[in-house]
Design a protein around this ligand. Structure first.
Ligand SMILES: Cc1cc2nc3c(=O)[nH]c(=O)nc-3n(C[C@H](O)[C@H](O)[C@H](O)COP(=O)(O)OP(=O)(O)OC[C@H]3O[C@@H](n4cnc5c(N)ncnc54)[C@H](O)[C@@H]3O)c2cc1C
Length: 375
């Protein structure tokens, strides 16, 4: 078989976005998927496209990616809703955080508005009374990730990309060996493998388990993606299991309820104790939720890196193979960051200048010993 310009291993939302970006510059592209197309973390995630300010580098990438989502002509199946986010402040201390978050967003050119207690209650009447207020970020949105991934892959295919439904058994020095015995040759191999590290065991990625619940249809019950301000504190807590109030309105009228974070478990089983904590937290903020019916509960795994930033760029340092590139380690932001990551990676592979500084996401940063331990 004629060599490809690039073989992308993994057809989650990240691999699909990378494949499309490569196909758009005229490269001959192969995509290899060993499971279900878009069926990994992409099918398990919440689909919140969000500007997140955990660190300056995270804010830069999420803001850049969010701007790219705005330019997508997504099909109706992707259920794009520009509902905005409200970060909910429960008390004065969290209200002070609202102010500092506002300043950060303003500096980054992201529209945001402070809501006082009454304005919050008017915007979301089903929140409990007495909350202090919140920060409305109108430019955030919600999508249905597997359909968006399918759309990117269809576009890549339309531009000539070939799909191989097989497991990659090895990927090195420009050769990808598939489970059916086929060998693909390429100038570049991109590992967009989510939490699967078997092709490159040096990948510093751990799975971080999350539970989600979806309800029956209750149109208008929630209008924005609502996240408690304590969410970031909970996302930082790595030594213990954590839960936070996070609820999303779906276009169908359903509510998607998150979220939990757990390290140290690779068992996808639903854990009643975590679910109970999650629902208790959600009903603290939104008491009426306890009268709604849930339809399904599931779990998924976020691909966490030691410094909570993704790995986008050459695998240098983790491997001495010059053909190996990474688009992995997206933790809880891989839906949001898929488009920005694809753009940065293809910029690097094609020798183009990037719209934002790509260095904070380069895998080689993890060679600094202090950053290798999972904090
Ligand atoms: C509970 C939960 C909630 C989330 N909420 C959000 C959210 O609201 N917003 C957001 O931005 N992100 C969210 N995320 C994160 C997001 O879902 C992930 O970061 C994103 O889906 C990662 O996409 P991916 O393509 O990197 O990985 P995946 O979707 O896991 O895709 C990797 C693919 O690679 C394939 N693969 C692996 N190894 C091989 C091999 N050797 N050969 C062939 N194929 C292989 C796998 O089969 C899989 O299909 C959430 C995640 C979870 C778990």
């Amino acid at each position: 078989m004629k060599p490809f310009d690039v073989v992308v291993v993994g057809a989650g939302i990240v691999g699909c976005a990378v494949a499309r970006e490569c196909a758009q510059i005229g490269w001959r592209v192969a995509v290899v998927e060993g499971g279900v197309l878009g069926g990994g973390a992409t099918a398990a995630g919440m689909g919140h496209v969000v500007a997140m300010d955990d660190s300056p580098a995270q804010l830069a990438l999420t803001a850049f990616s969010r701007s790219l989502w705005g330019g997508e002509a997504l099909p109706p199946s992707a259920e794009y809703e520009s509902c905005g986010t409200i970060w909910v402040a429960a008390d004065d201390e969290e209200m002070a955080e609202v102010e500092s978050k506002l300043r950060l967003y303003e500096q980054a050119g992201i529209e945001a508005r402070v809501l006082a207690s009454e304005a919050l209650a008017a915007a979301e009447p089903n929140l409990r009374a007495g909350l202090s207020g919140g920060l409305l970020v109108p430019g955030d949105s919600v999508i249905y990730p597997p359909a968006a991934a399918g759309f990117f892959l269809d576009e890549a295919r339309r531009l000539g990309a070939e799909i191989f439904l097989a497991r990659a058994l090895s990927a090195a020095q420009g050769h990808v060996m598939l489970s059916g015995g086929l060998r693909l040759d390429a100038a570049r191999i991109v590992l967009a493998v989510g939490t699967h590290c078997d092709l490159l065991p040096a990948l510093p990625i751990q799975g971080r388990k999350g539970h989600l619940v979806i309800t029956d249809r209750y149109p208008g019950f929630v209008r924005h993606q609502l996240v408690e301000l304590g969410y970031l504190k909970s996302a930082h807590r790595v030594a213990e299991d954590s839960v936070a109030f996070n609820v999303q309105p779906r276009r169908t009228g359903q509510l998607l309820l998150g979220s939990s974070r757990q390290f140290g478990s690779d068992d996808p089983a639903i854990e009643a104790r975590i679910l109970e904590r999650m629902i208790a937290r959600a009903t603290e903020y939104m008491p009426g939720l306890k009268h709604l019916s849930s339809l399904r509960v599931w779990t998924g795994f976020r691909a966490a890196t030691p410094d909570k930033l993704p790995l986008i760029g050459p695998a240098t340092g983790l491997s001495n193979d010059p053909t190996l590139w990474l688009a992995a380690g997206f933790e809880g932001l891989g839906i949001t960051n898929s488009l920005g990551a694809a753009r940065l990676l293809v910029d690097a592979m094609a020798g183009r200048r990037s719209a934002i500084d790509p260095t904070p996401y380069r895998p080689a940063r993890l060679l600094e010993p202090a950053r290798l331990a999972h904090a």
